[in-house]
Design a protein around this ligand. Sequence first.
Ligand SMILES: *[C@@H]1O[C@H](CO)[C@@H](O)[C@H](O)[C@H]1NC(C)=O
Ligand SMILES: *[C@@H]1O[C@H](CO)[C@@H](O)[C@H](O)[C@H]1NC(C)=O
Ligand SMILES: *[C@@H]1O[C@H](CO)[C@@H](O)[C@H](O)[C@H]1NC(C)=O
Length: 412
Amino acid sequence: MASPDNVKRHPPSIVPYFAGFLLLSSIILFSSLSKPPSSSPAEEHLLAGHRASFSSSSCNYSAGAWIRSPESDPVTARYSYGSCREIFKGWNCVSKPNARDLLRYRWQPHDCRLPSFDPLRFLRRFRNTNIGFVGDSLNRNMFVSLVCTLRQVAKEVKKWRPAGADRGFTFVEYNVTVAYHRTNLLARYGSWSASASGGDLESLGYKQGYRVDVDVPEHTWMEAPMFHDIIIFNTGHWWWAPSKFDPIKSPMLIFEKGMPVLPPVTSEQGLDMTLKHMISYVEKRMRTNAVKFFRTQSPRHFERGDWNQGGSCRREQPLSTEQVEELFSLDKNGTNVEARLVNKHLFKALEGSSFQILDITHMSEFRADAHPSTTGGKKHEDCMHWCLPGLTDSWNDILVALLESMWTNQLS
Ligand SMILES: *[C@@H]1O[C@H](CO)[C@@H](O)[C@H](O)[C@H]1NC(C)=O
Ligand SMILES: *[C@@H]1O[C@H](CO)[C@@H](O)[C@H](O)[C@H]1NC(C)=O
Ligand SMILES: *[C@@H]1O[C@H](CO)[C@@H](O)[C@H](O)[C@H]1NC(C)=O
């Protein structure tokens, strides 16, 4: 939250292709697996998941609706701001008018029930497992939701920075580690300015900008694929962040193999190149029985202007389907259009990979009511991150349901 860019643009979701990916990855993994019998129970479970056919859990967790629980029901938060110091002040919505109300909504997939998250069961089931979130502040928001949920039942928690992570926690009794690796673009980047001795970019008139090495992972997560058993990636917001990467004043300058790509390409093309290289980097390095997720873009809900134009999201109820289309459809090209745009790039890049898609975009598009909005007391409203407790708890519910279905399939 240090820079204004944090309040930027773009977030969202994906679940449809997921069955196909899984099937493909099960085939690939099944044929390449050769785990010694001494592998840990958790490893065996993960491993088993890949062997499972996806037919018995074909539920599309991302297709569903938000159901409001009756007023007579108590509102239950799985953790509170006071009980988990990982929650940023700006994500604490206790003073928001609809703070309790936003927790009244439960995500109900059309074709199955989404089990409620049982942290104790989770810790037991994933004993001896390392779980890494790699991405921008929206992945951090999801990471904090998971950590705060698990904290409620863990006695001994060790805070440390595994494998270059920004932060991480080990739930000691279960040897479950959850870490967050901060990276905005996945690829390494840094500021660039023209050299007095000239060069290709200089001769095209470039004076300054950001050099993005699309084939070099940022050091914050370079070691993560070797460390984690389950990993959840995201990127997107920063590729559409003109406040930092202004196309004129501070453009992204795409480099590959240490050289500028010529003629220069757009940041969207840079994203495609980055995804290609990073997916391959991860696939080459992770253990064959590891589980790799790519989370889809988290939607922003700026209305009547972007974040730096007085845009706001003072809604107290989820949007209707019509309102969602109005705000997000690609045809309308509205302020928050990048949510679905990013996903198009992701789906294309992930096709044929061994990654699974964690599709949270569409379900989140409804939740204009679940952002901090003015509660952070900042100059700009935050219509990008999510209140905690709140929406990203449901993202984790889906993550856990997917992980569990891999295991269950194997036992059945
Ligand atoms: C799952 O549901 C989402 C949201 O409605 C949809 O976009 C996606 O295509 C569905 N996936 C499959 C495999 O049908
Ligand atoms: C804890 O889990 C990690 C990841 O599976 C494993 O490498 C490590 O050996 C485990 N530690 C103990 C004490 O079991
Ligand atoms: C979408 O809108 C932005 C400005 O809001 C504009 O720069 C861009 O060209 C538009 N794109 C399309 C495809 O119309």
